[in-house]
Design a protein around this ligand. Structure first.
Ligand code: GLN
Length: 244
């Protein structure tokens, strides 16, 4: 089997080790003999989205998001939207997650259009939402806790066209108000979880890999177990700390 990963804006959108998500996906594939490749899609460089199974887009400061704006509002945004509607699997973190929504309203009231692939909007406020946090995700066979690190000044509010990725157990999540974290829509997983999120949440990493392989090869893909002792320890340590 083979899995082709596309890393969108690898240089510009890479907060708090987000690149580690791609390393984790590639290593977990390689450990199982899955032929994996990672292709970057930097600013201004066209790649053929039809070639890829799994997309990753990381976080960025407002300034970095501004650099991408023309492209995101233009041809690249249209390609990302089409890939999402086509059911491609995508993990989007922080600023990259925000870019998938309709718009961003800055604290001074200025509104900027984003891709509009997912039904949510983000509103900037003065206080940042920062710290280790945890949310419950109920899609695997049994609900699991996802641990991560968040640092954002935008509050994200979901519309009816998406569902939350999870329920906040500790920290802020989308907005610190409604208990939702991230957004799920077709093959897209949007989250504020940096850190990076996948190394210490191997259940999520494997879920994404399996989903992408099943889309390519049809259902029923089984991933061979790998030794996650270290990953589970990292996860358990953070979860324990957040539970107090
Ligand atoms: N620039 C955005 C914010 O501060 C996103 C930052 C991030 O990727 N966490 O809201």
């Amino acid at each position: 089997m083979e899995l082709k990963i596309c890393h969108l804006y690898p240089d510009l959108l890479n907060l708090y080790g987000d690149r580690g998500n791609v390393v984790t996906l590639a290593r977990r594939c390689a450990a199982r003999g899955i032929d994996v490749s990672v292709t970057g899609a930097p600013l201004g460089e066209r790649v053929n989205f039809a070639d890829f199974d799994l997309f990753f887009i990381g976080g960025g400061q407002d300034a970095e998001q501004a650099v991408l704006l023309d492209e995101i509002q233009g041809w690249r945004g249209a390609e990302i939207k089409a890939a999402i509607e086509d059911g491609k699997v995508m993990l989007a973190v922080g600023g990259g997650y925000q870019l998938l929504g309709h718009s961003y309203k800055a604290p001074d009231g200025k509104e900027t259009d984003f891709i509009g692939a997912l039904d949510f909007t983000s509103v900037g406020v003065k206080e940042r939402m920062t710290g280790d946090y945890m949310f419950e995700w109920d899609e695997p066979r049994e609900a699991v806790d996802i641990v991560g690190f968040e640092n954002h000044n935008a509050r994200t509010y979901l519309g009816s066209g998406v569902r939350p990725f999870g329920k906040v157990l500790a920290g802020y999540g989308n907005n610190g108000e409604d208990g939702t974290e991230g957004a799920r829509y077709l093959g897209v997983f949007g989250t504020y979880s940096h850190g990076p999120v996948l190394p210490k949440n191997p259940v999520l990493a494997d879920f994404l890999i399996r989903l992408a392989l099943e889309r390519r090869y049809g259902g029923g893909v089984e991933l061979a177990p790998i030794d996650d002792a270290l990953e589970e320890r990292a996860h358990g340590f953070m979860a324990g700390r957040l539970r107090g």
